[in-house]
Design a protein around this ligand. Structure first.
Ligand code: PLP
Length: 429
């Protein structure tokens, strides 16, 4: 502790009262941290078991080029994902470039003209607007192919309107999408139990409706995943939780074999599906990233809990609360005004290992309707399992903080954020 204080004060530019504030909040969180450790240890063992069961071997890392036929490492990685998520099959590919792309592949692969797609959490993540083609016309969107879309607005308290969901199901409803994490919305994220309840309501109306969970930011935050409570498909990004900070790119789609195959036929070629797709030498990073993922999620969860505790102590509204159950790695802090939001994000950037000298500015982003500021000093471009913060420049000036490959770095990032706000006279401690 003395050594930590010394380097923080002498080399990182942290004031003693900022350091003491953060360390005092940390002391209150011992019990919460040990719950997180338990989830982490369980998931770590689950992942290793799947690796052993599938006889993961060093020669699986050599990779393929060209068509990627007979890529055994790729197939083993996909079986490991399927075992950990307890699904029939999985598609885990570097050719999937983001979470949005993975969701796009799952949706286009499983929906046909005339089908109806239903979102049960109000509007889904901003970047899906163009994919679905609601709010605005986009060439090649689901809507342009004759796929209907509707959504069930959230209730006043931000929870899912279960009766509303039942009523919104049409005879041609083919797929229900359930977004677990809050995105830029100010609603509580969904727990695995919440998703279970939504799925059982949907299946009670018609059990052939595909229930898809956007699992982005949710993986390994709990003992179970939505695929263990009835989700037919779960979808996520490898530059978030399951990539463990090591995957340089990728996404996954796991679930019922038939629906995973439909997605694979859309990603590659109808009739070829999972048989093709070279791994180009990234297999080791994807496998080792998955191995590391429970630890990265652990660092991220503890960072989020500490940030909640510190900023609550500083008088800000936070969601979730420090001791509340967490269903994803995202921490929302209502920073009250534009200057606080910018100052916070700049402090987080200053705490990064990569690009710590860069100064983030708010700017327009494709797919978002207000300016966004992003602190993203990461080894992998845009990776948000690494400590990052972003928020739209609009009321209530909420910042969304996520990631932290290890807790020591996450804690340091929080100190830098507080310190920058103090230096810019946004805070007095
Ligand atoms: C990150 C995220 C996505 C996908 O975003 P990409 O930037 O395309 O990876 C989708 N849904 C949610 C809830 C997310 O958090």
């Amino acid at each position: 502790m003395e050594r930590i204080k010394e380097i923080a004060l002498n080399s990182l530019g942290i004031d003693e009262n900022v350091f003491d504030l953060v360390m005092n909040e940390e002391k209150k969180l011992k019990e919460r941290f040990s719950e997180i450790d338990d989830i982490t240890d369980y998931n770590q063992m689950k992942v290793i078991c799947a690796m052993q069961k599938n006889r993961l071997a060093i020669d699986h890392f050599c990779g393929t080029t060209g068509y990627g036929y007979d890529d055994e490492g790729r197939d083993v990685l996909e079986r490991i994902y399927a075992d950990v998520f307890k699904t029939e099959d999985a598609l885990v590919r570097p050719q999937i470039i983001s979470g949005t792309h993975a969701l796009t592949v799952a949706l286009f692969g499983n929906l046909r003209p005339g089908d109806h797609l239903l979102s049960v959490v109000g509007s889904p993540y901003d970047t899906l607007e163009g994919v679905i083609g609601y709010k605005r016309e986009v060439k090649g969107s689901l809507k342009s192919l004759g796929i209907q879309y509707s959504e069930v607005p959230l209730k006043g308290d931000g929870t899912v309107d279960l009766e509303g969901v039942e009523k919104a199901i049409r005879p041609n409803t083919r797929l229900v999408t359930i977004q677990r994490s809050k995105g830029y919305a100010l609603r509580p994220s969904l727990s695995v139990e919440d998703t279970a309840e939504i799925i059982s309501r949907v299946k009670a109306v018609r059990d052939d409706i595909i229930c898809m969970v956007d699992n982005c930011y949710g993986e390994f935050t709990d003992y179970t995943e939505p695929s263990e409570v009835g989700a037919d498909l779960i979808v996520g990004s490898l530059i978030k939780n399951p990539g463990g900070g090591l995957a340089p790119v990728g996404g996954y789609i796991a679930g019922k074999a038939e629906y995973v195959e439909n997605a694979a036929f859309r990603l590659t070629v109808p009739g070829m599906g999972k048989e093709v797709g070279p791994t180009l030498g990234v297999t080791q990073s994807l496998v080792q990233g998955f191995y590391q993922a429970p630890q990265a999620v652990c660092g991220s969860l503890k960072t989020a809990v500490l940030a909640a505790s510190v900023f609550k102590a500083l008088g800000f509204e936070v969601s979730p609360e420090p001791l509340e159950k967490r269903c994803d790695i995202v921490q929302c802090i209502l920073l009250k005004n534009r200057e606080n939001l910018i100052s916070f994000c700049r402090g987080i950037q200053m705490g990064a290992a990569v690009d710590s000298h860069a100064l983030p500015y708010p700017a327009p982003m494709p797919g978002y309707d207000s300016d966004i500021i992003m602190a993203a000093g990461a080894f992998v471009q845009g990776s948000s399992i690494e400590l990052s913060a972003d928020g739209p420049l609009r009321e209530p000036f909420a910042v969304f903080l996520q990631g932290g490959l290890n807790y020591a770095h996450g804690r340091m990032g929080i100190m830098k954020a507080v310190q920058n706000m103090v230096n810019e006279k946004r805070l007095k401690i």
